[in-house]
Design a protein around this ligand. Structure first.
Ligand code: FMN
Length: 247
């Protein structure tokens, strides 16, 4: 038990508690403001179709059916299915001043993460690594090609990653959140992404697609695939999506 108290997790949780009578310890110095979005203006764009939200889904059944599914067919997703998945993840549902409010909540409306995708099998979309542009509901292609082996190897060889039609990859944008919440930010970023990921699972459930959250990977291998530095921006969470057998 005493070793637990010497560990990183203990130090972090204790050190980032709010107390009524004193401020949280803060040795960070000044953090310059960062942008609220990343975008890649030079990248080739793939505009996602407007998600068709007209077909109702029963929330209670989606919750009851939600499961981590790891066995997918080789069938591609349609672009409309991908559009609905991305809308569930990070669709803009309202504007409040400079803020673009989304389908999932976020501490301080900062959305301190970026969304990337590896598209393996989606109709009308070339294979490759993409960045999701929230404001424009578009994909920006960072690299074209087959990255299935590289992403699977970076995900500890998990077959679920190999079989996926799409792997969504979220990075934490550390300073975007730390500007406001300082060291407490690392409590909030995973909370934010938990909400986003559950939205994706429920959307997958509504469309009878399979999905599985992935937390086990070699961080810097994935950072390298995305071309991010692994320090101010570092991978935090993945989810696979694919067509289920026999549906
Ligand atoms: C933060 C987190 C990380 C996870 N990482 C993995 C993973 O790397 N590989 C995997 O196959 N499943 C992973 N899972 C899925 C869990 O194994 C799964 O949610 C759990 O067994 C409960 O099953 P259910 O989701 O079907 O209800 C992860 C789930 C969460 C929430």
């Amino acid at each position: 038990m005493t070793l637990y108290k010497q560990g990183l997790a203990f130090g972090y949780v204790q050190g980032t508690k709010y107390h009524r009578d004193r401020h949280m310890r803060d040795d960070l110095g000044s953090i310059p403001p960062t942008s609220n979005f990343k975008n890649y203006p030079e990248a080739e764009r793939l505009q996602l179709p407007e998600p068709d939200l007209s077909r109702p889904a029963n929330l209670w059944q989606c919750l009851a059916r939600r499961r981590s599914e790891r066995d997918y067919t080789t069938d591609p997703l349609s672009l409309q299915e991908l559009s609905k998945i991305m809308w569930a993840a990070q669709g803009v549902t309202a504007r409040a001043g400079i803020y673009l409010l989304r389908t999932a909540p976020s501490a301080g409306a900062l959305y301190p993460f970026e969304t990337y995708l590896y598209i393996d099998k989606v109709e009308e979309a070339p294979q490759g690594i993409y960045h999701f542009n929230v404001a424009d509901f578009a994909l920006e292609r960072l690299q074209e090609g087959d990255f299935n082996n590289a992403l699977t190897a970076a995900s500890l060889g998990q077959p679920v990653v190999r079989r996926a039609a799409v792997v969504i990859i979220w990075t934490a944008m550390m300073l975007r959140c730390m500007v406001k919440y300082r060291d407490r930010a690392m409590r909030y970023i995973p909370m934010d992404l938990g909400h986003v990921c559950q939205n994706v699972q429920l959307a997958a459930s509504a469309m009878d697609l399979g999905s599985c959250s992935i937390g086990a990977f070699y961080d810097d291998d994935i950072n390298e695939l995305l071309g991010v530095d692994g320090e101010e921006e570092t991978v935090l969470y993945l989810i696979t999506v694919g067509k289920l057998r026999g549906r």
